[in-house]
Design a binder for this molecule. Structure first.
Ligand code: 9WN
Length: 417
């Protein structure tokens, strides 16, 4: 059985020159938050590998501070949109023109602590600080929420929460060739052409604005304060603050804690849904909440956001709607639920990891244990797959998926209590 094999073997097989591709078949380049999860999973048992992974990602940082969603270090076939579509003009390496949630800050702090490597810590602080400043300068609302301008930036690309904001986009005829449908086993679980037309439209819209964030703040057809990205941003600011403390930079450490605090308070004020007992995202073009019951809301624990009252309501929702399937945690429950379709229901190991970590921090170890147990069982039965059916565990998407293997390795190397 796959899982009886060493998870590190999967990582090694997916390893290129200094970084790991998420999957050698479906995603053959370096992805931002994938590398963050890979480094998080390896930080304890293989910190040198985690360090290489992060250093390579840092190298792709733009002059303005953004760390892109994809760095096209290598030549590969089979992925659309590739560098010729993005044409971002980045000098060091061709990249996409959008980002992903900043998981890398947490991964960098764990790696630095594990390695006790001053040089790496110094470099990581520089890079992460520049990146988080970019979020604050170019991607924040006045009230302190961060926002995304493409569903791919959320990492949960096909979440039902993006249906309403995408309905406002009129993409017209877009010419392009989808390459993700070449694999017959997963083709009918991938986003539909309706979604792809809009994904491509948004890429071309941003390209025609020369990737100018100020201009895109005014004219992007998609502007969403994604709850997941906000929670990961809050945690990232706290992680940067810890790294600054490790360097004795107390005043800056304090400043980043204040940034985290401001965003946390706004998440509390603006993103809570009493109807759903969950935190939700908000469409900034209409100022309306996107009322979908998504596992993203539970990542609030990871950022230590919920007050006691909300914590109780969240746990009730988790127990009633997300623990009621055979395997925790389905990525979404609600009208558009589909147990096998991409981000519309299946269990994803990276989300499970964030929720698990948050619940441990919140002292909810029983809930956390269930998530760890289910995740391990899915992997041990079905291998290092990209996502799993929450009802019967059917594995889906790519095989030998890197973050699944790395986070499994992480669970083997850290105990949950
Ligand atoms: C677009 C690489 C990425 C993940 C995302 C996941 C999927 C890409 C795609 O694969 O997205 O970024 O082409 O579908 O949704 O979370 O980072 O694993």
């Amino acid at each position: 059985m796959e899982a009886m094999k060493d998870p590190l073997k999967v990582i090694q097989d997916n390893r290129e020159d200094g970084f790991t591709v998420p999957s050698s078949t479906l995603y053959p380049y370096q992805w931002n938050w994938d590398s963050g999860f890979i480094a998080l999973g390896l930080a304890h048992s293989r910190p040198e590998m985690a360090k290489d992974e992060l250093n390579k990602l840092f190298e792709a940082q733009w002059d303005n501070g953004m760390i892109p969603q994809i760095a096209f270090w290598n030549e590969a076939e089979g992925y659309f949109p590739g560098p010729e579509e993005w044409e971002t003009g980045n000098e060091i390496v061709p990249t996409s023109g959008i980002t992903q949630p900043p998981v890398l800050a947490h991964a960098a702090r764990e790696t630095a602590e594990s390695l006790k490597d001053e040089e790496f810590l110094e470099h990581a602080v520089d890079k992460v600080e520049k990146y988080l400043k970019w979020w604050v300068q170019y991607r924040s609302t006045e009230s302190g929420l961060v926002y995304v301008r493409h569903p791919w930036e959320t990492g949960m690309d096909d979440s039902p929460a993006w249906i309403t904001p995408m309905e406002n986009i009129q993409p017209g005829e877009q010419e392009y060739e989808r390459k993700d449908l070449q694999r017959e086993d997963s083709a009918d679980e991938r986003p539909e052409d309706w979604d792809y037309d809009r994904y491509v439209y948004l890429v071309r819209e941003a390209k025609s604005a020369n990737w100018n964030e100020k201009e895109l703040r005014e004219k992007s057809s998609f502007l969403v304060a994604d709850v997941l990205t906000n929670c990961i941003f809050v945690r990232a600011c706290k992680e940067l603050s810890k790294m600054m403390q490790m360097k004795g930079r107390e005043r800056e450490a304090d400043k980043w804690l204040k940034t985290a605090q401001k965003t946390s308070e706004t998440i509390e004020d603006e993103l809570w849904s009493t109807e759903l007992n969950n935190y939700v995202s908000k469409n900034l073009l209409t100022e309306k909440k996107l009322l979908e019951n998504s596992a993203a809301g539970f990542v609030s624990f990871y950022a230590d956001i919920p007050s006691d009252k909300r914590k109780e309501a969240l746990l009730e929702n988790l127990e009633e709607n997300f623990f009621s399937k055979n395997y925790a945690v389905p990525s979404y429950v609600g009208d558009s639920y589909d147990s096998g379709r991409y981000w519309r229901g299946p269990v994803w190991i990276n989300l499970n990891w964030l929720i698990w970590e948050g619940l441990i921090g919140a002292g909810e170890s029983d809930y956390a244990r269930r998530i760890e147990k289910d995740s391990k069982e899915l992997i041990e039965k079905h291998g290092y797959r990209e996502y799993f059916d929450p009802e019967d565990g059917t594995p889906h998407g790519s095989e030998r998926f890197s973050w699944t293997a790395a986070l499994y390795e992480g669970w083997l190397s850290i105990r949950s209590n």
